[in-house]
Design a protein around this ligand. Sequence first.
Ligand SMILES: [Zn+2]
Length: 117
Amino acid sequence: MPFSYDRARRELLTEQQELREQLEQLENEEYEGVGYGNHMADDGSEAFKQTVDMGIRRRVELSLKRVGEALGKLDNGTYGICEDCGGRIDRARLEALPQAVYCLDCQAQHEYRALPR
Ligand SMILES: [Zn+2]
């Protein structure tokens, strides 16, 4: 059976929808948090919560960007090609992670480079 681009597109669109909802939820939480009970909360834990929220938000935004890029690749016919080495991304990898833009080897390289110093 050939790789199903339709299925990948459907999954990406679902993922995109979910990520948008998550982002909206995070934004609503921020809005509701303004001016309410800040003086009651322990400053340290409030700051910690904001840092965590920002981390989640950044991750959601990044995922959303990746999903958008993958959808763009489906449109222009470059889907499934590694951005780094130009090789084909493993089919099983794409089925498990439709927004993958790097092959496994290059992904490992990126993760290694992205490690906190
Ligand atoms: Zn590669």
